[in-house]
Design a protein around this ligand. Structure first.
Ligand code: H2B
Length: 179
């Protein structure tokens, strides 16, 4: 095996371990990883334990991380969504400390304990986004994850769907040690 193969193999092993960690967190939290459910803050095991567990440990049963979750297009596919008034947005932001209105998008940045912890959080967010059928712009930094979101389907305005995604991200953030 040459160096390139070795590097690829090591990278795949590392990614696989982190995917396992994310699956464990989502399976361990009430409703985690299931359509209509949500990882609850304070439950589940922290992802960034740096642990290297054996290959023989039991795998999480149920839907695999790479399979589409929820209903096709999300549970609100086809539902009419309306742009929220500025006042309504400001009111709803009071329940989401750390989130701001950046132009016509909801935005928040998180800091994490390591690059892999940040990467695992991105994977977890992706899972929730697939479940909801609603997707933020995600930026992975060294130890940061940043999101901005609005609703494309109505021309790029903030809707209840964006707030729902924001609340779900807030729920999963603590299990990744994100703040
Ligand atoms: C069919 C599918 O549900 C739609 O295209 C979804 C996908 N994700 C989405 N994400 C966001 N942020 N806005 C949308 O309008 C949107 N539409």
């Amino acid at each position: 095996m040459d160096r390139v193969d070795e590097e690829r193999r090591a990278g795949l092993v590392a990614v696989r371990q982190r995917v396992d960690d994310v699956q464990d967190v989502m399976a361990g939290a009430p409703g985690g990883g299931r359509p209509g459910g949500g990882a609850r803050a304070g439950h589940g095991r922290a992802v960034d334990d740096g642990g290297r567990r054996g290959a023989g440990r039991p795998r999480v049963r149920g839907r695999g991380l790479w399979q589409a979750g929820g209903t096709v297009g999300g549970e609100d596919a086809g539902m009419a969504v309306a742009a929220l008034e500025q006042e309504e947005i400001a009111d709803r932001l009071h329940e989401l400390p750390g989130w701001t209105l950046d132009g016509d998008r909801l935005a928040r940045s998180y800091r994490l304990g390591s690059h892999f912890a940040a990467t695992a959080m991105v994977v977890h967010i992706a899972q929730v986004q697939e479940e909801l059928g609603h997707h933020a712009e995600l930026t992975l930094g060294y130890n940061t994850v940043s999101l901005t979101v609005n609703t494309h389907s109505i021309g790029g305005a903030v809707t209840a769907l964006d707030f729902r995604l924001a609340h779900r991200v807030e729920e999963l953030a603590p299990v990744h040690g994100a703040h």
